[in-house]
Design a protein around this ligand. Structure first.
Ligand code: DGI
Ligand code: FE
Ligand code: FE
Ligand code: FE
Length: 187
């Protein structure tokens, strides 16, 4: 799919601020893809559609989880997690994107997963460091992203887990499993 066509579609599914975020993720993802050697075109499409389901009503997200046999466990965790796996399904169903690598990059963009592909890491990281993000710790991850994809994704993941623990909210098992996978491989 052409970039402008994809952007026209996504624009209608997101409020202005989230569309601007999406443009940021797109630019960052393409740069990271070039730097770390994965398909730039796939990174561009995955970035454009990564938050496709973010503004669907919670009831619709829940229904997709049930109807498409996504892990029922999702329903016991924060609804913020649902838009990623549901987005992958809806992008396939409604937009007709069938590329497994793109769909998995969308599916795992919030939690990651053990054994992430380069494309999955690129989208996860681009979502975290795109230029419109301004939370504490993002600058350090941006610097890491200049020289080491693994360390940058790991730091983003560590920051996210610390943030969740400090808020005393539950951490989804995929998030913990991804963290453990990186620790085992890096250290
Ligand atoms: O959709 P975005 O805001 O662009 O970013 P995202 O999809 O990466 O993350 C959405 C939120 O989900 C973010 O505030 C962090 C949070 N999150 C990530 N992992 C977990 C989580 N929230 C809970 N409750 N549990 C997790 O494991
Ligand atoms: Fe998201
Ligand atoms: Fe993210
Ligand atoms: Fe996002």
């Amino acid at each position: 799919m052409e970039r402008d066509e994809a952007l026209q579609i996504i624009k209608h599914h997101l409020p202005e601020k989230r569309y601007v975020h999406t443009l940021g993720v797109m630019g960052t993802a393409v740069q990271l893809a070039r730097k770390y050697g994965c398909d730039e075109k796939k990174a561009e499409v995955a970035a454009i559609f990564h938050d496709y389901a973010k503004y669907r009503p919670q009831e619709e997200l829940r229904q997709v989880i049930v109807d498409f046999h996504l892990p029922k466990q999702l329903l016991d965790f924060h609804s913020e997690l649902w838009h990623a796996p549901v987005g992958a399904i809806l992008v396939q169903k409604e937009i007709g994107i069938d590329d497994e690598e793109i769909l998995n990059a969308i599916k795992y963009h919030t939690t990651g997963r053990p054994g992430m592909t380069i494309l999955e890491k690129v989208i996860f990281l681009a979502d975290y460091i795109e230029p419109n993000r301004s939370f504490s710790g993002v600058e350090q991850v941006r610097e890491l992203a200049e020289r080491n994809l693994e360390l940058a994704v790991f730091q983003a993941l560590q920051n996210t887990i610390i943030y969740l623990v400090e808020k005393r909210v539950t951490v989804y098992p995929d998030t913990v499993d991804t963290y453990n996978d990186f620790v085992k491989r890096i250290f």
